[in-house]
Design a protein. Structure first.
Length: 187
């Protein structure tokens, strides 16, 4: 191939990549920063906001990364809702969707309403998911679902790539001396 053909090809590829970036930026800008339905609010966040959110405030945090297109994520979500109710007020349970921002008020909101989620929910949008994943856990490859528990001082105490087991989460929280709320109190 001649230089001029390669140079033309290179410009075409650069144009294609630029077009994708602009389309992605446009989709991000068009999606709402927050959607609310009843008591449920989903906020769109970036990596800086994520790091603020996951910082424990003197009590444990259970954080679940998920997406509506992830079957195991959807399968485990009712258990996450139950755990949130069971440990209500004793553990900050938050969910972070990795769906596309344009789905925040469509698929994400609909799913969370269907499973009766009430915990704080966010949709992460970042240009460098790999960097964010490494800040959460060096062992996270990006597979979903991904669940972590930090103690009140911010030390990682539990992590699970793939579907979690509720009894394992309960045991991890018990090791942190977090009592469950009696069943009659979280109905």
């Amino acid at each position: 191939m001649s230089y001029s053909v390669l140079n033309g090809f290179s410009r075409a590829v650069q144009g294609y990549i630029l077009g994708l970036l602009l389309l992605s930026a446009s989709a991000y800008a068009q999606s709402p920063a927050e959607v609310t339905s009843g008591a449920l609010t989903i906020k769109k966040i970036n990596e800086v906001q994520l790091l603020e959110i996951i910082t424990p405030q003197n009590r444990p945090k259970l954080i679940n990364f998920w997406a509506t297109w992830c079957d195991p994520c959807r399968d485990e979500f009712p258990e996450l809702v139950a755990l949130s109710a069971e440990f209500g007020g004793k553990v900050d349970v938050i969910t972070i969707s990795l769906d596309d921002p344009v789905e925040i008020d469509r698929d994400v909101l609909r799913f969370l309403l269907d499973v009766k989620a009430t915990m704080p929910s966010y949709l992460l949008w970042t240009s460098d998911e790999g960097a964010v994943m490494r800040k959460i856990s060096e062992n996270w490859s990006g597979a979903l679902p991904f669940t972590v528990i930090y103690d009140g001082e911010g030390k990682l105490q539990y992590q699970k790539m793939g579907r979690f087991k509720a009894d394992v989460i309960r045991a991890a929280l018990a090791r942190l001396s977090v009592p469950a709320v009696p069943v009659s109190e979280h109905r």
